[in-house]
Design a protein around this ligand. Structure first.
Ligand SMILES: NC(=O)c1ccc[n+]([C@@H]2O[C@H](COP(=O)([O-])OP(=O)(O)OC[C@H]3O[C@@H](n4cnc5c(N)ncnc54)[C@H](O)[C@@H]3O)[C@@H](O)[C@H]2O)c1
Length: 325
């Protein structure tokens, strides 16, 4: 039986992927150091606690489990922090991915689905971003993902690694059964921050920039439900498992929502009067990042099922009320 190793499976997206695989009766092993993950997210599969920096531990995990394929989520994820601490980001994201790849090659494991990001595109030059858009990362975080994409391509040529890079737009929402959800510390993502304000855990939500060339002056982003992301990972694994070629796919809904629109929907769903503060633009924020996900639809047969922004925010709200009660 196929056994899938999930690095970072105690984190937000990895735990949803573990649930998606386990619900199909697939065998799962989660590898996580818990540096940013959560023990209570470990509800599916076996758990191996350890760090990708530890090459002896990695070797031992591959020796003890008959792993067929890897979902690689483990990384540091905060763009701003990566600008301040680039060594920490290149070390954990790039060097530790090399450790993982080398352990995989030694164990003869030749299939990986990798968590990349829309941030590899940098400043968009087209209104909708397809996979052939130029890659021009703006931060060490985004560069680390871009470098890993290149490393995977090179391991493909040298050792026959088959890989899919999934470039997520804004992951959002929570498991519709409320078994797991988003918990980052510190939280930097818009929807959880808005919901923290709705719960009274912060005074307000700050909108950075109200003079962008968008309909209401605030930034447009493409929000994709985490359960839809999890489903895309299962499809990408199956695609590689059935002999599919390596490649990169965007994962988004193809709709841009402004910061003000997200706040309005959150007010409607929570019934709370969320206080807004307005501030200047942040350097590096693009006015609009909207995905074309046609390639994932055509090649992986993936279709977002929870694309409605109300559903995304409603599931996040259900989770945050439970998690932060
Ligand atoms: N959240 C988003 O909107 C988003 C968007 C694009 C890409 N991504 C990517 O998706 C992946 C998952 O993101 P997330 O939001 O679930 O993050 P997260 O912080 O919730 O999960 C990351 C997990 O990796 C673990 N980890 C980190 N370094 C490790 C190491 N060296 N060894 C073992 N475990 C380690 C952490 O403990 C954590 O459980 C990341 O690679 C991130 O870059 C996320």
């Amino acid at each position: 039986m196929t056994k899938t190793l999930i690095t970072g499976g105690a984190g937000y997206i990895g735990s949803h992927a573990a649930k998606a695989l386990a619900s199909l009766d697939r065998e799962v092993v989660i590898l996580d150091s818990l540096v940013a993950g959560h023990r209570d997210f470990l509800k599916w599969g076996e758990f191996e606690e350890g760090d990708l920096a530890d090459t002896a531990f990695l070797k031992d995990v591959f020796a003890r489990h008959d792993i067929s394929e890897v979902l690689h989520f483990a990384a540091f994820i905060a763009v701003g922090e990566s600008v301040e601490k680039p060594g920490m980001y290149y070390g954990n994201n790039v060097r530790n991915t090399l450790n993982l790849l080398d352990a995989m090659m030694e164990a003869g494991v030749k299939r990986m689905v990798f968590s990349s990001t829309a941030a590899v595109y940098g400043e968009p030059v087209t209104s909708v971003i397809a996979e052939n858009h130029p890659l021009s990362p703006l931060s060490p975080y985004a560069w680390s993902k871009r470098m890993i994409e290149q490393i995977l391509a090179d391991y493909g040529k040298a050792y026959g690694l088959k890989h899919i890079c999934l470039r997520y737009f804004n992951a959002a929402g929570a498991d519709p059964n409320n078994e797991v959800g988003e918990r980052h510390q510190p939280e930097t993502h818009l929807i959880p921050l808005i919901l923290h304000a709705a719960l009274g855990l912060r005074d307000n939500i700050t909108i950075f920039g109200t003079d962008y060339p968008t309909p209401d002056g605030t930034c447009l982003r493409d929000y994709i439900h985490v359960t839809d992301l999890a489903d895309a990972h299962v499809r990408a694994l199956d695609y590689l498992g059935s002999g599919g070629d390596s490649g990169a796919f965007n994962l988004g809904n193809g709709n841009g929502f402004s910061v003000r629109e997200i706040i309005d929907v959150a007010r409607e769903i929570t019934g709370k009067d969320i206080v807004v503060a307005e501030a200047a633009r942040r350097p590096g924020d693009s006015p609009a990042l909207v995905s074309s996900s046609i390639a994932a639809r055509e090649t992986l047969g993936w279709e977002p099922r929870l694309g409605d922004i109300r559903e995304i925010i409603r599931t996040a709200w259900d989770w945050h009320q439970k998690d932060l009660a």
